[in-house]
Design a binder for this molecule. Sequence first.
Ligand SMILES: Nc1nc2c(c(=O)[nH]1)N[C@H]1C(S)=C(S)[C@@H](COP(=O)(O)OP(=O)(O)OC[C@H]3O[C@@H](n4cnc5c(N)ncnc54)[C@H](O)[C@@H]3O)O[C@H]1N2
Ligand code: MOO
Length: 419
Amino acid sequence: MKTLIQTDCCEGNSERTLASIDETVSRALDLCSPLQETENVLLPEAVGRVTAGDTISLFSLPIHEHSAVDGYALGGAGKNPFAIVGRRIAGDNPKGRIRDNEAMRIMTGAPTPAGTCAVVMQEHARVTDDIVTPDFNVPPGDNIRRVGEDVKASDTLVRSGTRLDARHTALLTASGYRSASVVRTIRVAVFSTGNELRDTGVGMGPGHIFDTNRPMLKTLLSSGNVDVSDFGIVPDTRDEIVRVLKEAAASHDLIITSGGVSVGEEDHLKPAVIEAGGAIESWRMAIKPGKPIALGNIGKAVYLGLPGNPLACFVDFLLVGRPILDGLTGAARRAAIVQQAKAAFHWERRAGRHEFFPCNIVGTSDEGLPLLEKTGRAGSARLMPLIEADGLGAVNAGCATVEPGSRLEFYPFRADMGL
Ligand SMILES: Nc1nc2c(c(=O)[nH]1)N[C@H]1C(S)=C(S)[C@@H](COP(=O)(O)OP(=O)(O)OC[C@H]3O[C@@H](n4cnc5c(N)ncnc54)[C@H](O)[C@@H]3O)O[C@H]1N2
Ligand code: MOO
């Protein structure tokens, strides 16, 4: 059931009802069945892929007890003198032992000899001849890394549905895994529609523009778990769009198009999906930019029709397209990272849609929130404001005036550490 959150009468629409972002995403996820086929992929290459099943630890970590510092393994606690009876570096065989009043010179990572009570850092001990004396009472266990203190054998290392990144590569390889069992890549077909579109370097003439959305979408899709098939630019001809949709649906999990989802006579996508044997729900989201969006399926393929205006296409892909990719792999859904922020600008706007606009951080408010400034006049066909932006600011549908200090939502482009 579509939740209709408001009218957009102020924009003169005949449909008058618009769905929320959450409702649209939840409808999109209903269309997705997680892919069942899996494969084993060598670990560095598996980054970006989604795990199929839990991975269980075969070893404890640390694998053997070892020293956390360069110093002296002590056969007892305290600050008595200890006789140095040997030397051990990382990679040495752990055999041999020390007794109560004995010590062994030891390097970071070297296995501690049997009988080690603690390790003292070399900066905290004095050595004369072959005797080491700690500067203070070394407590038992100091600077010793115990077997299994990080991971115990048979612990779950990585859960099913995890998108692998450098952290998982580190933990899995530390645990002896060379590869990971992952869901197969998502096959995504992408094409642009519009008689006006040309690829760069190919036959530009009067009335033509460069196809921006297809290269942009291919870049947004280049995350490691997607195989993109590029179906190029398809003219605004119903028959041609139907032909390409049928061909793409036969061998893809997801078809993403841009353009032709609005209400003009040349907006062919919705009827074309039906003619191609599919079903469509035309969803109009209560957002700006990105209001017209088409969701449906053709056979087993999910269909996502994004609006032609490039910023609208970009925003809808991030808000709805990304969750569809998660839905198709069974990956835990990445919640959009929304921060609280404050405006550094004044803005009168027409209330009615939840509005997103490129902005950058220009300071910090008294409460420690980011202060945002718009990076130019927003518009769904304008790209330049994106370039300077740190993210997207947003105001809710009912807001008509933004004053300096007004609360805003902020969706940072680079909120994490790149994982
Ligand atoms: N009468 C109405 N007209 C429009 C409405 C409406 O509610 N009633 N909605 C407007 C909104 S909002 C949007 S967004 C656009 C979406 O339109 P379409 O998805 O049908 O897209 P097109 O008409 O094909 O193109 C719109 C615009 O974008 C340019 N474009 C298209 N594809 C590309 C591309 N691949 N690269 C670069 N630029 C592209 C195209 O030339 C147009 O200028 O509809 C409004 N109209
Ligand atoms: O949704 Mo449209 O993107 O307002 O231009």
